[in-house]
Design a binder for this molecule. Structure first.
Ligand code: NAG
Ligand code: NAG
Ligand code: NAG
Ligand code: NAG
Ligand code: NAG
Ligand code: NAG
Ligand code: NAG
Length: 893
């Protein structure tokens, strides 16, 4: 057998990261796919799951969108198979219903308080039931995914419903539907019906996957206040070419529109005891603004980020309106002002600023506190010196890619300082560049100062994202907008005071009416603008049927649901700041509303339980909502059913594949032969995996000692099961009884809660009843090989049921990790670039290399490109590798 030289075997000079489709499980019964999803195609041979239909049905009434996705699949195989349903939905949406029809029986999801759902889930796990907890996040979308085992020749229908309030941005509402059926579908259909009582001003529909050939199939009818859009290509039309099996349907479908705005005061709709007021006057003059750009130039911005920032500043500066004032503040550990006071946006000044911005270079650490305080000072000084235009509004746009590391680093204290000095006089916007930062810190700080935070995704279009954000706030129209409604007739009003209204956006206020027979609903809007405004209006309750004569457009309680949606969103925000009691109250109220209206929010989960007939076990599925910036969910808090691969093989090399990032990390652990490492330890489910290394038979003097894993100990404490796997055999002990399995015959052993499946001379698959699934690969080496001996590799195929507390050399990665690789540069070997990886707030040198995955080809393996973390994984793993050394193969603590 070839020498296992796994470290950086081949030359690579790729900048973009590619990786093989790695999620191939060795047994053919697992995994096929359906629905609208992005799981990688698995090698299933002739075992087939047919997706029969995918339909997306969307109804929008007054910006409130209700989308139902239905997918039906049939298992044509003569064995049972796992069918996966994946949907990507907008982050701003709440899932409101999910159901499955399996062999004629319907299972409906139930929304529960998250803690209770978690309990139910843990209970299912501890009783040995399979359970699926699925969540993931992306840039604009988040992924919902469920997999169920479907009997031979049976079908399944999944129905997912979600709702969202479409937000007006840059003068339009956007409805986005992501479709990825991954195979030709008998019936494919997207249908959207939009009803806007104010009348539709324009409407565009298009799909990133809609070619010129498909374009005629996109139907769009717009009448005064209704629009109907549909797209339903036949199976033949979906083909990438006349005899191809590939599908064209893969991408995003967009509907963008705006409504007419005849009345300054906007539109008030009252239905079924709730009202909503949309306010976005169309022809107000813009108000001059005073804007300070506070730009992070710390070392972490080096490379692409600072380059994109410079690029964005060039266009942003060019667009600053001539009657605005502006300034630039650069910061790292120290803070530099471009000018000592605010500067009018004259042509000359803008040119000078652009020159200055083009020369920003990186250095030092991150002192956010000082930077924001100085920018505030600048604005307040000039305001009190009356150097800024009357009626102008002041704002700070902070751009950073890191956490405070210099000067004041206590985040709470920074928020307090900033809030105190700004004192409601300036709006603070925070742009978080990339993922190596505490987004929540920025979000709370922005909210405390009437602004908002936005994430800038590290991508080729980062400069556009920055510019796009600037455009949204470029034209303030009004400030201190007060929306007033009769106090005696309304309760549970959503936010009704707004610091600013920007051109292209919209203010939405909703409330519950205490008096149902209201005919005269008087309301008022007052605000400061170039000219102060005060509008008054009167609305009356509408008969639902009169307002919406066409039933097809409505779901009767949409204003109530819109109100609940807005209220929950605002309560969730409130939880970021305020006193402990206020936070607790906001949480309690948000939970109560989420439960009442069946919204899957960050505080609730949806649980579906499907009893299984053959075994007594049942499947429990839980859908959860992600929060941007919320701890584990920050970016990769993703435990997709097949999103990650974690393995250790060879001399021992560890591979961690991060699907969300489309990237892979690897590291080696070198220590003396005989050392036992803890690979997985989950105190909640009681699963522990340890591995012991062996060395080569003989080592040439002066050469490196190679080690490999030669023995694994797997413990399921709750079941009292211990499995010892060596290169000779497999020994299972339970209740004092021992069973030995030999590598030389294919055999399956089922005991209480565990299944061991030996594939002769090749691999051992271990399924825990609560569905953790591992594979151990046996590497046989030629008996007379002068140096090497037989060894083992360990692969985690399914770990999503292990608890959040799972740890160990591999286990710590099971729930995702956040890292970013940048600053690619030539390394020691010119063919293997080095780069800097930011992870857990530190920077680590990494090198592009390859490692091998042996699941498909036990002899040669399959090369996986990855970022190699040097020095025994230092920086990537928690602590050092010494912290994982244990004293016995079954040691559980
Ligand atoms: C992931 O990598 C593959 C292969 O390099 C590439 O084709 C694909 O576009 C990447 N996807 C994303 C989301 O970056
Ligand atoms: C099921 O499929 C397997 C493999 O495709 C085949 O060998 C077997 O005969 C089939 N069984 C039945 C009952 O069709
Ligand atoms: C959820 O879906 C099921 C099945 O489609 C349906 O019977 C039920 O009424 C729905 N629940 C809600 C709250 O809409
Ligand atoms: C507001 O935006 C619209 C386009 O969306 C534009 O026509 C109008 O001039 C803008 N108004 C101001 C004051 O900038
Ligand atoms: C929190 O809720 C309790 C009980 O409803 C109420 O008495 C209290 O005033 C609330 N506190 C705040 C700060 O809103
Ligand atoms: C990375 O390597 C470079 C040069 O080899 C060295 O100067 C730098 O200190 C290293 N950085 C880290 C974070 O180890
Ligand atoms: C890895 O750790 C071992 C044992 O502590 C040490 O001997 C070895 O030098 C380390 N390897 C590297 C590359 O740091």
């Amino acid at each position: 057998m070839a020498r296992l030289e796994v470290l950086l075997l081949l030359c690579v000079c790729v900048l973009t990261v590619s990786h093989a489709a790695l999620l191939l499980s060795p047994d053919a019964t697992k995994g096929s796919e359906t629905g609208i999803h992005e799981l990688k195609k698995q090698s299933l041979g002739d075992v087939k799951v047919d997706v029969q239909s995918v339909t997306v049905n969307c109804k929008v009434a007054s910006r409130f969108a209700h989308t139902v996705m239905i997918s039906k699949a049939m298992n044509r195989a003569n064995i049972s198979q796992e069918v996966v349903f994946d949907v990507e939905l907008p982050k701003t949406a709440f899932i409101t219903n999910f159901s499955m029809v399996i062999e004629g029986v319907t299972y409906v999801g139930e929304v529960k308080e998250k803690e209770k759902a978690e309990k139910q889930y843990q209970q299912a796990v501890s009783q040995g039931h399979t359970a699926g907890l699925v969540r993931a996040s992306g840039r604009k979308m988040e992924k919902f995914s469920v997999s169920v085992n479907i009997a031979a020749q049976s079908d399944v229908t999944f129905t997912l419903t979600y709702e969202e309030l479409l937000q007006r941005r840059l003068g339009e509402y956007e409805l986005m539907i992501r479709v990825k059926p991954k195979q030709l579908v008998q019936k494919f259909e997207i249908v959207a019906d939009i009803y806007e009582p104010q009348g539709i001003a324009f409407l565009d529909a298009y799909g990133t996957f809609i070619t010129n050939d498909l374009l005629p199939l996109l139907e769009k009818t717009v009448t005064n206040n209704k629009a109907h859009v549909s797209f339903s290509p036949t199976l033949e039309q979906q083909r990438t070419c006349p005899s191809c099996e590939g599908t064209l349907i893969d991408g995003d479908f967009f509907i963008k529109y705006d409504v007419k705005r005849d009345k300054h005061i906007g539109d008030v709709q009252i239905v079924n005891g709730y009202f909503v007021h949309f306010f976005a006057p169309s022809d107000l003059p813009r108000v001059p603004k005073n804007v300070v750009f506070v730009i992070d130039r710390s070392y972490s911005m080096e490379g692409k980020r600072i380059q994109q920032t410079r690029e964005a500043l060039q266009t942003i500066l060019s667009d600053i309106h001539s009657n605005d004032y502006f300034n630039l503040v650069l910061f790292d550990s120290s803070v530099d002002l471009w000018k000592t006071s605010m500067i009018p946006a004259t042509v000359e000044n803008i040119e000078e600023a652009k020159k200055f911005a083009s020369q920003i270079s990186v250095r030092g650490a991150t002192d956010i506190n000082q930077a924001v305080l100085k920018a505030t000072d600048l604005l307040l000084q000039d305001t009190s010196n009356k150097e800024l235009p009357d009626n102008s509004v002041s704002m700070i746009i902070l751009l950073t890619d890191g956490d405070p590391t210099s000067g004041m680093t206590d985040r709470k204290q920074i928020q307090e300082n900033v809030h105190r000095v700004i004192d409601g006089k300036i709006t603070l916007f925070c742009l978080g560049f990339g993922y190596s930062l505490d987004y929540n810190f920025l979000e709370v700080m922005a909210q405390q100062n009437d602004g908002l935070a936005r994430r800038i995704y590290e991508d080729s279009d980062a400069a556009l994202q920055l510019k796009g954000f600037y455009n949204e706030v470029a034209s303030p129209l009004l400030s201190e907008v007060h929306m007033q409604y009769p106090a005696n007739a309304v309760d549970s009003l959503t936010q009704s005071h707004f610091k600013q209204l920007f051109n292209g956006s919209e203010i939405v206020v909703s409330g519950r009416l205490t008096d149902d027979d209201l005919d005269n609903f008087l309301f008022e809007v007052s605000a400061q603008g170039l000219n102060d405004i005060n509008y008054q209006g009167k609305a009356s309750a509408q008969e639902w049927n009169a307002l919406f004569p066409d039933e097809e457009y409505i779901f009767g309680d949409f204003i109530e649901r819109l109100w609940a949606y807005l209220t929950i969103q605002q309560l969730l925000q409130k939880r970021g700041s305020g006193t402990a009691e206020e936070k607790a109250n906001a949480t309690a109220e948000a939970i109560a509303l989420s439960l009442k209206y069946s919204f899957v929010t960050p505080l609730t989960s949806m649980v579906v339980t499907k009893p299984q007939r053959d075994q007594e076990a049942e499947d429990t599925f839980i859908a959860e909502k992600l929060t941007e910036g919320g701890g584990r969910m920050l970016m990769l808090g993703c435990w997709g059913l097949a999103s990650f691969l974690y393995l250790v093989d060879g001399d021992p090399h560890f591979i961690i594949e991060v699907e969300e990032l489309n990237d892979t990390l690897c590291f080696n652990i070198d220590d003396t032969p005989g050392t036992i490492f803890n690979l997985v330890r989950d105190p909640v489910t009681g699963i522990v995996v340890n591995g012991q290394t062996i060395g080569d038979k003989k080592v040439e003097p002066g050469s490196k000692v190679h080690t490999y894993f030669g023995r694994f100990g797997i413990v399921q404490e709750k079941l009292g099961v211990r499995v010892e796997v060596t290169t000779q055999n497999i020994v299972v002990s339970q209740d004092g009884r021992k069973t030995m399995l030999s590598w030389s015959e294919t055999r399956t052993l089922r005991s209480l809660g565990m299944e061991l499946q030996v594939t002769k001379d090749r691999s051992l698959t271990i399924r825990m009843k609560d569905s953790a699934k591992f594979v151990i690969i046996l590497h046989r080496v030629w008996k007379k090989h002068p140096y090497h001996q037989d060894f083992l590799g360990f692969y985690t195929l399914d770990s999503h049921l292990l608890s959040q507390r799972v740890h160990g050399l591999l286990g710590q990665f099971y729930h995702g990790l956040q890292f970013m690789v940048g600053d690619l540069h030539e390394g020691q070997n010119p063919d293997k670039p080095d780069a800097i990886m930011k992870i857990k707030g530190v920077e680590v040198n990494v090198t592009r290399g390859w490692q091998r995955d042996f699941r498909q080809d036990v002899k040669h393996g399959e090369g996986v490109p990855c970022w190699f973390v040097h020095n025994n994984g230092t920086g990537l793993i928690d602590g050092t590798h010494h912290d994982y050394i244990v004293s016995g193969i079954f040691k559980t603590t």
